[in-house]
Structure formats: C-alpha cells, structure tokens
Design a protein around this ligand. Structure first.
Ligand code: MF3
Ligand code: CO
Length: 282
C-alpha cells in the first residue's frame, strides 16, 4: 500500500465530522467522498509542497521585468523547484510542454512560455505555479504588473485579487462550493467585470486536479459541502470585457478572451478547517 493510502487507514476522519457529513447527506446535500478529506499527515505533506510553491513565486517576483522572455520565467521556476527537491506539476501534464503557465494581458490562462514572447512595459502577466513534493501537490498564481501599467489594468489586477479574497472568505466549513462562486461573481459584476465560466478551481493535494470543480459563479447553498480537511484551489479568472473565451487552435492550450479584453487571475490553495480556512500557499 502507498504511504498516502496508509495514512487514510491510520488516521481516520474524526467521528464528529463523520456525523455532521451524515446529517448533510440526509438533507440531500452533495457530500464529498472520504478520500477528499485530507488527514493530518497528508496536510503536512501538502503544506511542505506549498511552502516550496510560494518560494517559487517569490523567486519569480524578484526577477520578473520588462524585456525578459516568458521562457526565462520557465527557467527560474524549474531551477528553483528542482533545487528544492521538487518537480513542476505542469511539465508533461496531459502533454503540456513547459513547467509553468505565463498568461499575458488578454490571455486568460495556460499561456505557454516561449523564447519568442517578451514582457513589455505596461503588460499584466499571470504566473501560475504548481509543485509536486514528495508526491504532494500545491497550486497558486499571482499577477505581476510590468513597469508602468495603465490605471484600467491596475484596477483589474487589484479587483481580481479582491475576488480571490472574497471567495476565500466564503469558503467556510459546512458552506458549499456554490457559496464561493456566488460571492465572487456578485462582487466581480458589481465592479463591471465578467467571470470566466469554462475553467475553475479544484480539489488539490494528492493529485493535481481532484473533485470538486470550484466554479467562480454559482448559487448559494448549492454544490458540494465544504468539509474540514478538504483542500481546494480558488482561482478566479476575471475579464474586463465579456466572459467568453477562445482556445488557441495552434497550441490547443492557451485560453484568451474572445473579445480581446484584458483578463486577470489570482490563485491560492486553501485548507478547510473546523473554524474557517487556512491559506497554504501564502
Ligand atoms: N495550474 C493550473 C491550475 O490552476 C493548471 C495548469 S494545467 C497545465 O489548475 F497543464 F497547464 F499545467
Ligand atoms: Co489550479
């Protein structure tokens, strides 16, 4: 049996949590499979992975600047990750060719680093880093503003960060995934922005992408209940214009806004606790 499976046997879900899950089931709520409830030793492993993931983003923050190519960001990410005994989760994930995603301006996500793509003064870029350490996954992304950025772009970046914070605030124990999407989309729309619907957050930790899918739109009290021990990402993609997106037909990865408007994204991996939640990727 794998170490991860042994932990599931050795560290059972506490009885009072199992009881509360049963009550939710009786009220016809969608209750997570027991394997989505991480145990203390899993959480320690995912915490260690998250610490490296945060270190990667801090390293990118130190070096990112106008004139740099996105391939140089890929090099920084891979070298820092590998020198800390970890692996870049995106590399060869479902055929993805690079170690990190770098999405500029109207690119929504999954921008592929390239020696041909330079960062220019005034660009906004999302750097999305995912790490595997000792078999445990972590996932977070930040926006970087390159040089002098327009007021509109700055506002989009800052309000998208606020969307992430509002989503995290909504991710309380025994709330639902729909509560997260409801809170984010309500705020984004109030600021005149739209929310990308096709992509979302996800469970994370023992695999790269686990259940549940965390939509950034939603209705209160719908979707899977958030049980202490779950670890999910929240990663709103917010567009300055309309919500529609298109997939790059040449590389089959990069998602951009359909109307060419700017898009921003921030992401954290969070642990649902009995009293609230904890951001693992700070
Ligand atoms: N890091 C992205 C996420 O937040 C996933 C990237 S998939 C990849 O889920 F293959 F592009 F790496
Ligand atoms: Co993610």
């Amino acid at each position: 049996m794998s170490e991860i499976d042994e932990i599931f046997e050795r560290e059972p879900i506490p009885a009072h949590i199992l009881e509360r899950m049963e009550q939710c089931r009786k009220r016809r709520m969608l209750v997570p499979d027991e394997r989505l409830i991480k145990r203390p030793s899993h959480i320690e492993g995912i915490r260690a992975s998250s610490r490296i993931n945060t270190g990667v983003l801090d390293e990118v923050a130190k070096h990112i600047k106008a004139g740099m190519t996105t391939l140089e960001i890929d090099d920084i990410v891979r070298e820092y990750t590998n020198s800390h005994g970890a692996i870049c989760a995106p590399y060869h994930f479902e055929g993805y060719p690079k170690s990190v995603c770098t999405s500029i301006n109207d690119e929504v996500c999954h921008g592929i680093p390239s020696r041909l793509r330079k960062l220019h003064d005034g660009d906004i870029v999302n750097v999305d880093v995912s790490t595997i350490y000792n078999g445990y996954y972590s996932d977070a992304s930040r926006m970087f503003m390159i040089g002098e950025v327009s007021a509109q772009r700055r506002r989009l970046v800052e309000e998208t960060k606020k969307c992430l914070e509002i989503g995290i605030e909504a991710a309380q124990p025994w709330a639902t995934v729909g509560d997260i999407g409801y809170a984010i989309s309500k705020y984004a729309r109030s600021r005149g922005y739209s929310v990308v619907r096709e992509l979302g957050g996800h469970g994370v930790g023992l695999e790269f992408h686990e259940d549940p899918f965390v939509a950034h739109i939603g209705r209160k009290h719908t979707g899977m209940v958030l049980v202490p021990g779950m670890i999910i990402t929240i990663e709103p993609m917010i567009n300055a214009g309309r919500a529609g997106v298109v997939l790059d037909p040449y590389n089959d990865w990069t998602v951009s806004t359909a109307d060419g408007s700017d898009s921003a994204q921030w992401e954290h991996s969070i642990l649902i606790t009995e009293t609230g939640n904890e951001i693992l990727t700070y």
